[in-house]
Ligand binder design. Structure first.
Ligand code: BG6
Length: 476
């Protein structure tokens, strides 16, 4: 058998993209609640346009999303029907601490997640919890400037202590920050950062990253001390960079592109700033302000496992003109002539998945966990809402095959696979509902119309078979 007997098969979601109920039961406003759909979204999520309140001229998809806040029992039941062993989900920080800097948590928020976990347990589904998935209480942004401010570490630690204690025995797998490297590309969404005119943006982003890295290490330590069963992972947006040609200049460019992401995991997994990053920061005049104990904290509290998302590989060239760059994905990449692209311009590259798994494992030698992988596509349901999504089945099947090769042929140590996402939800990049990833169709459109009815797609039955056979039967 290719995958371990206790391999964790499942799916992943994020609170802001599925829950809705953005102002219910005491939940506070979060950064994701002020990210609208439409052309202003990119400006807002990248911190170039300040939107600290909602206005009448925009539509904010997180407010209702797919209303999982009220549908979670039925939705988890459907996940169980597919045979999920694990469900990756995130907590909305502002549901537990509406402002983020309170002493006392919001009991209703805590109780909500407790019931979600208990529902999972009822079906023998192990929760895998992302502590922050593109999520920061707005109050912390308005008052403190988000993660650019070191005080965020204290607020985050108070939040962590609260949830580690409350959910002891219910949750043992934790991820500290979703796609931590996203801070470089979408700093408002990733870390609640907006820029003022003339600011040195790189300095701010790397300083904020340092705060997150220290917070992540401190949270790892705390999780271990509260419950020795706890396993804490880092999480980054992966996808190896290929050189566009074998010209050494292009190869060097690809190396640099990879290092932009590996930097974070180098710190979280090895416990210190890599020398290439220190040199680069020195050249760029970036000066990281550290506390005396930071280096020790990083060194002594590395992660237990490495998790990552993989959607596509990337491609780098020394001379990239704007015309060569493929748009659609937040990460810049030259168009790879050997690959097909999705409807949203994301490269489809299953072999790249195997390559990525290998490169990460070679580098860190720790167990890996694939926590996102999937295809965003337009689905056309029939009158009953049923979708024949053969394209999605093909994408996932080819990727799981590649993952299997990484395990059986290359010997990568893999704990589990949570595809993105078992149920249609709001896209993080574009805010659309139209960009669907799920095995379960949700009747809701980009403008917020629809009954929210859930319908199983063809892929639902296919994934059930995959899990049942522990990844042996990938036929389609
Ligand atoms: C990852 C995120 O970047 O990719 C998810 O962790 C996101 O939150 C997923 O939804 C797919 O991206 P998108 O933009 O298609 O939703």
């Amino acid at each position: 058998m290719a995958f371990k007997k206790d391999f964790l098969w499942g799916g992943a979601t994020a609170a802001n993209q599925c829950e809705g109920g953005f102002d219910e039961d005491g939940r506070g406003l979060a950064n994701v609640d002020v990210c609208p759909t439409g052309e202003d979204r990119t400006k807002v999520i990248t911190g170039k346009m300040k939107m600290y309140e909602c206005d009448e001229n925009h539509f904010y998809p997180s407010h209702k999303a797919i209303d999982m806040y009220h549908h979670y029992k039925d939705d988890i039941k459907l996940f169980a029907e597919m045979g999920f062993k694990v469900y990756r989900m995130s907590l909305a920080w502002s549901r537990i601490f509406p402002n983020g800097d309170e002493k006392e948590p919001n009991e209703k928020g805590l109780a909500f997640y407790e019931d979600v976990f208990k529902t999972c347990k009822m079906y023998n589904i192990e929760p895998l919890v992302t502590i922050t998935h593109f999520d920061c209480p707005m109050h912390l942004i308005k008052e403190y400037g988000g993660w650019r401010n070191r005080k965020m570490i204290d607020f985050y630690m108070h939040y962590c202590e609260t949830i580690f204690k409350r959910y002891k025995g219910l949750v043992k797998y934790w991820l500290t920050f979703n796609e931590i490297n996203m801070i470089l590309e979408a700093p408002f969404m990733g870390a609640g950062i907006c820029f003022e005119e003339g600011e040195n943006q790189k300095q701010i982003k790397y300083q904020a990253a340092h705060h997150e890295l220290v917070a992540s290490a401190m949270a790892t330590k705390l999780a271990h001390s509260i419950d020795k069963e706890n396993k804490v992972g880092c999480m980054f947006a992966a996808g190896s960079a290929y050189p566009y040609t074998c010209k050494p200049e292009d190869v060097l460019e690809a190396l640099k592109m990879d290092r932009e992401s590996y930097f974070f995991i180098d710190v979280q997994s090895r416990g210190y700033y890599p020398s290439y990053a220190l040199k680069e920061m020195e050249r760029m005049g970036i000066n990281i302000v550290k506390d005396e104990l930071d280096d020790d904290i990083l060194k002594n509290n590395t992660v237990d496992f490495i998790s990552f998302s993989y959607y596509n590989s990337r491609c780098a060239a020394k001379n990239m003109s704007e015309d060569d760059i493929i748009s659609g994905n937040i990460f810049k990449s030259v168009k790879n002539p050997y690959l097909q692209y999705s409807q949203w311009g994301w490269a489809i590259d299953p072999l790249g998945f195997r390559i990525t798994l290998n490169q990460i494992y070679d580098r860190y030698q720790k167990p890996l966990f694939v926590v996102e992988n999937g295809l965003g596509a337009v689905d056309i349901p029939n009158e009953e809402g049923y979708v024949e999504d053969d394209y999605r089945i093909e994408y996932l099947s080819e990727h799981i095959k590649a993952m299997k090769d990484a395990v059986t042929i290359d010997g990568v140590d893999l704990m589990g696979y949570t595809m993105w996402t078992p149920i249609d939800l709001v896209s993080a990049g574009t805010g659309e509902m139209k960009k669907r990833y799920g095995f379960i169709y949700v009747d809701r459109d980009n403008e917020g119309n629809g009954t929210l009815k859930r319908t199983k797609k063809k892929s639902f039955y296919w994934y059930k078979k995959v899990i049942e056979s522990n990844g042996e039967d990938l036929s389609y």
